[in-house]
Design a protein around this ligand. Sequence first.
Ligand SMILES: Nc1nc2c(ncn2[C@@H]2O[C@H](COP(=O)(O)OP(=O)(O)OP(=O)(O)O)[C@@H](O)[C@H]2O)c(=O)[nH]1
Ligand SMILES: [Mg+2]
Length: 717
Amino acid sequence: MKVYPTQNIRNIVLLGGTKSGKTTLVETMMFEGKVIDRRGTVEAKTTVSDNAEIEQIYQRSIYPTLLYTEFMDNKLNIIDTPGSDDFIGGVISAFKVADTGVMIVNAQQGVEVGTEIFARYAEKFKKPLILAINQLDHEKANWDSALDSVKQTFGKKVVVIQYPVETGPNFNSFIDVLKMKMYVFKDENGTREEHEIPANHKDEASELHQILAEVAAENDESLMELFFDKGVLSEEEIRVGLRIGLAKSEVFPLFCLSGKKDMGVKRLMEFIINVAPAPDKTIQKLKDGTVVPCDSSAQPSIFIYKTSVEPHLGDVSFFRVMSGKIVEGCDLVNPENGAKERLTAIYAVAGKKKEKLTEMVAGDIGCTVKLKTVKTNQTLNGGNKEWVFEPMVFPPSKYRTAIKAKVEKDEEKLGEILNKAHAEDPTIVIEYSKELKQTILSGQGEHHINILKWHLTNTHKIEVDLFPPKIPYRETITKVALADYRHRKQSGGAGQFGEVHILIEPVVEGVAANNRFKVEGKELVLNLKSKEEYKMDWGGKLEYYNCIVGGAIDARFMPAILKGIMEKMEEGPLTGSYARDIRVFVYDGKMHPVDSNEISFKLAGRNAFKEAFKKAGPKIMEPIYNVEVLVPSDCMGDVMSDLQNRRAMIEGMSSEKGFEVLKARVPLAELNKYSTTLSSLTSGRATFTMTFAEYQQVPAEVQEKLLKDYESNDKDE
Ligand SMILES: Nc1nc2c(ncn2[C@@H]2O[C@H](COP(=O)(O)OP(=O)(O)OP(=O)(O)O)[C@@H](O)[C@H]2O)c(=O)[nH]1
Ligand SMILES: [Mg+2]
């Protein structure tokens, strides 16, 4: 392959709901560009894009796949993404390096929740969007309703470039109102004829052409003047206007397609090359916000947007050349740690097929192998450049599970593999929770996690158990309480003795500790001799007051008592969860001249704390999440009543582009497998996000159940 200059490169990301036809379309694009001479199909598991075994098993895309085609003396880099939002990580990484999104809308369904989600991302990342209604040859294709839903979602910015003459199995022609031609397809291999627009379509075509010219003109003052003067614009003038409008996301041009029958694909590619921005026309930012040019004559810089492990190749790093040009064998430096990396080979990528190149220029996307330490989201620079590109940010997880190797000796290997899985897909998050004593694996949905499990079993030969994770509850108290505890042990050898009297009360932020208490019918006045304050790793604090008078307990035993209390804070008295926001006053006690030692006071402190805690109006707090559900209106009732069964507090509802947005606060304990339920309630037409909000007291009946569950396991101390 020749080296394409920046102006002759277009980077696109194919977006759209599941089964809208992205993978089939890219196959046809490669066929049209003669990168392949036969088109595979998803059903026969022979597409270039869905080349992973697991993709073939499920007959759907799971990973973002980089491909290219060559057309009209341009290199078109295409990233085929999965339609399911379980794999949103791949879509986000594709957006990072692509300059234009091509949104594939299924003519059978019209806009789907996937369309909506990806459109939101396109907006967020300020990427231009081209729209295409695909599968127009399908017997259930419905142009009018698909177009309606597109207009509802994308609003006035949608401008029709083409419309079909007929849909369904007879689909073989469309009217192009930019070219003012009718395209007729003679076979299913892209052979097309250009015809005059037939008389019965002239009016509609002229009307749409006029709208198109007007929309194009609106993007540029001189075009607007021209349009006012002449009342028309030439094809090239319209293109100029669309180019400006598209780049600013002010215009969403709409196309007709049958990716499978190769109808309309060539026209779409022509438009992408003629109108979509070249890589140097889009904005790239550094981490500090500086906008930098995509200039092929500058010092080289590449950004790593994805890494994976491939058979025969090992570690593969996918990158976009952000500036300058890279040559085979060049050395680059990672500005974050000074590490040097040599690009021993650079490749153009068409799925599994890699074509070695001698050089690549700014704006191109490709891969290299065997880099030593560089990770996804990092930059490599040539010369003494210090550029660090703005990293990709991935959404919070919405599915949690605990994971454990079936055989203990596999645990270490499992840990390594999970860490690698995170490096390849940052939306897979692994955390060992000391608090829950579980390894928590989180991701974007049950299917996402099940794919990982499949790899563990089949690729790495490790059997694992997945089970519901524990909930990180918190414990605290609501009132003052007293407890005395004597620890005494006299069996054989040296004895143990320590007695501790404490008072505890809740910490109220901004209110200092008093020294007068009324508790259990007594009035106590304490001598607050000294105070220590500890911030807990898990939030909240412990205040520890020494109020001992008359040497009842030696000062040297105070740290031991504190240690016992701390242990109990770490394994709260109610359910073993972390405790927080408590004041402890040690005001009396007893020692034994021989038997008192640190261990005795530690145990006395620990048990006194436990007893006092239980009398102090203890309460369990649970994590509450902000949940936002995007749901088609007809499923709203089911989704709402399911949420109510999950102790949700509904906070608001609004309509957005044909979908309802439901906001609620839901306890984490009720969100186990929520993504799976939501998907089955709505046949996969809804999605949601969840983010931690706060800790809140659990209702009495839930607390009772938690206490019972814990007590049946709690050992006597
Ligand atoms: N009739 C018809 N069927 C199509 C067309 N394009 C794709 N299909 C079929 O639709 C199904 C899904 O196609 P894919 O190409 O896998 O769709 P996708 O958008 O890549 O799906 P995901 O990877 O799951 O997001 C397959 O059975 C295809 O054969 C088309 O233009 N016309
Ligand atoms: Mg696909």
